[in-house]
Write a protein that binds this ligand. Sequence first.
Ligand SMILES: C[C@H](C[C@H]1O[C@@H](n2cnc3c(N)ncnc32)[C@H](O)[C@@H]1O)NC(=O)c1cc(-c2ccc(F)cc2)cc(O)c1O
Ligand SMILES: [Mg+2]
Length: 214
Amino acid sequence: TGTTRPQRLLRAVQERATRGDSESVIAAIDHFCRHQEWAMNVGDEKGFILDSVVSEVSPQTALELGTYCGYSTVRIARLLPPGGHLITLEFNPNYAAVARQVIAWAGLEDMVQVVEGASGDWIPHLREHFGIESFDFVFLDHWKELYLPDIKLLEECGLLRKGTVLLADNVICPGTPDYLEYVRKSQSYESHYFGSHLEYTRAEDGLEKSVYLG
Ligand SMILES: C[C@H](C[C@H]1O[C@@H](n2cnc3c(N)ncnc32)[C@H](O)[C@@H]1O)NC(=O)c1cc(-c2ccc(F)cc2)cc(O)c1O
Ligand SMILES: [Mg+2]
């Protein structure tokens, strides 16, 4: 048995990036995905849009659904304001283990909590476990069929407040049709689509930004 792709991605970070330099970690992963092996990180083009939304929100409390190798975790955490904190949920323990090391290589482990398990199991316990009142920002990047049930769960658990910004990856490819229809039709959300491309390819994809109106 050889290495997994996430393990090869981590090795590329450790070989090419400078410890404590989050920009070099991001660049090392983008280089690996463009020149060695494609991987399902949000990537540099959609990552630039993610950066601009995170900078605009400047969240004290942020949630990411679907950590994978921690690429978008690093992109978000490096832009958090002082005191800001990011909780990221990852179902697959092997991915979570790689993500923790990527996040540590970037020197951002103090701002990030990688939580292993399924979003649906964890969301009802985030308040009691982490003392979270509500989230200022949520990045959705996990199983595409779970985007809709999980934002409904976040609403029910009172974890969204007036002005919470949701940003969803892959709304075109692989696609999240039920989620898109819901946030675009619901009176409780103000939605905007940012057209882009599937990470490291020329295929169409984009991010949907939805502000919760309460
Ligand atoms: C789903 C994955 C991302 C991660 O999410 C974790 N996860 C899952 N369900 C849960 C949960 N319920 N709770 C917590 N974590 C959870 C998982 O273990 C993966 O690590 N992302 C994708 O599948 C994904 C796929 C593509 C893609 C596009 C075109 C292609 F031809 C092939 C693939 C692009 C992207 O940009 C993605 O993001
Ligand atoms: Mg994605």
